[in-house]
Design a protein around this ligand. Sequence first.
Ligand code: ADP
Ligand code: ZN
Ligand code: ZN
Length: 733
Amino acid sequence: MIAPSVVKVAVPSPLHQTFDYLAADDVLVAPGVRVRVPFGRGRVIGVAVATAEGSDLPLGRLKRIDTVLDEAPLWSPEEWRLLLWAARYYQHPLGEVLSTALPALLRQGRAAQMEGERRWRLTLAGGKLSPADLARMPRQAALLARLQQCAGGCGNDELGAMGGAWRPALAAMRDKGWIEEVVMVPEAPPATPAIAHGPRLNAAQARAVDDVQAALGAFEPFLLEGVTGSGKTEVYLRLIEAVLERDAQALVLVPEIGLTPQLVERFRRRLTRPVVVLHSGLSDSDRLRAWLDARAGRAGVVIGTRSAVFTPLERLGLIVVDEEHDPSFKQQDGFRYHARDLAVLRARGADVPIVLGSATPALESLHNARQSRYRHLRLPERAGSAAHPCLDVLDLRRQPLEEGMARPLLQAVEATLAAGDQVLLFLNRRGYAPALLCHDCGWVAECRRCDAPLTLHRGRNRLCCHHCGAEQAIDTVCGDCASTDLSPAGRGTERIEEVLKARFPATPVIRIDRDTTRRRGALEKQLARVKRGEPCLLVGTQMLAKGHHFPSVTLVGMLNADYGLYSSDFRAAERMAQLIVQVAGRAGRAEKPGRVLIQTHHPDHALLQRLLREDYAAFASAALSERQAANFPPYAALALIRAEAPAVEPPRTFLESVARQVRQLGDETLQVWGPVPAPMERRAGRYRAQLLLQAVDRTPLQKILQHVVPQLAQLPGARKVRWSVDVDPVEMI
Ligand code: ADP
Ligand code: ZN
Ligand code: ZN
């Protein structure tokens, strides 16, 4: 007799383990197949990970698999290996990793194929009728009129939306042989004829396209460094055309904020094969459909945000990661993976080239290029004939300031508007003022649940916490001394907007930040106003730094560059430099080159100087040397173990025992820092602490984590905290 086979199943649970189940004798359950299994008091959908002859538990205690949901694994062997690798590397439970990789409807048990949709359509006899023939049966006449309008038939939900008692009318029409119900399998997304042709490539673009094209069919990573507007997207499009010609598919990852309708439209206009889009705003059924189209090879191109890196593709031929430096590629909670890093791994597994594109590459990527791990391609000039903007520092020290703006900046604004051009003012802070301050005693209104001041929002007339979302009425009396002399301290975009409106009453002021663009379509509307090109003042946050070109903007003012120069986060300077270059890149065109004024109290800051006197590459060299001296990535590997709880002590106590464990296992190449309180210790009512592990490279760090993490749940105090592991953290808070 053969032993009944045991299947190890990953279920969506925060536990770092799989669970054993028995399979029916005659079914083979392959890894990567979904199964419905009893779990706790209910049933869950999990994924089979492996089969085994036996189990650590007595077989009699194992439960049986209810249903096997898929005939074949959902992923190819390489895709499956990537998922397993990601779970291990990021120290995250496989069940949750697989949940991230699956569309919601598949997590809920929907079939992994296009389901036929039941629709009503007119029969031959029904097609000869006109609503006038049914004048005495108004419901049937209305249904007829509706069905005549949609050649592809109507679903019940569409007919139901007409209201009234449509079901009996529908049944009557069916009985008379006028309509019939059909099951329609949705067709593959339509292939569109390319309706636009690209411009002639310039020499640098052509070289980049040639180099990557020559690599098609094998793994090779490329770093495409090209200033904003240098035609990187044009390079991607040419490469994708070549990939489609070989009947392969392309995967394009973009930051959340970069996935604009304009971008998708540009791809659709140029490419003949279907382009499907994956982002968080999709309905569940659209997401499933896009996923299935990708997996079955019906889609030629998949454009998506972070989690699209897990989309199965039948014939992957190329991966592109646009704006590869963007921090949004790293998930900041739950399964903390980095989509760019996984994309490189995926390309290697699938043996295809990958292009990482940016005007301001991450220091990690530049380092890889310097080490010849990536081939470095450069587009040094703006495409067409647009000129580079010129960058200047505006030394704020001892300058009289008018609402945070120095006189030379205001004069430049005036001159630009007078010339009929547009101005963009950038400030990394939304709201009216970052604090409400008591003039008599210095008290500041703070969030009750966070160690942070509340931001004053004038328009909504509220004090809001930008960390936990709490809101309250605006205090009128000081919480300490009962004085009523409270005033807004500092400036946000809302206040700058007010100031500009008062000072330039004849010019429209357009504010673009998360508060003014919450409503769907609001951002597009604002941008359309700017694109019309009439003089205007544009005020906004980093929402303005990506994905849009503003050719009529000829002056950019960065109101406060200081805040990135001195920060506890070792990546702050890199972020600031990227922001400056990206914002600067929004401005100007051939006949109207842009000018950028950067306000700072630290004009002599070494890194800022390198950036402004030379360029981003010079900045990056200097910043990399600093990283090397301080033993920070890319010259070291980091992991951050965080813990939080409603009281101060438990996170620290827990992390202290973690630190002891790690120190016991580690050697002198591993450093353990902390535990220390998080930079903002209390957030949303929870106290947070963290432990930083720093190693010379990934391998020893991974070894320690593989050992320690599975034991964390058993450490004393583990139950009193919520803990998490962040491998290669990008936010140190
Ligand atoms: P990036 O992705 O680097 O910001 P894009 O590919 O969007 O650059 O190109 C910026 C602008 O320049 C677009 O309007 C694009 O159509 C145009 N462009 C790109 N390449 C060329 C070229 N070789 N000749 C003329 N215009 C070009
Ligand atoms: Zn006071
Ligand atoms: Zn708060």
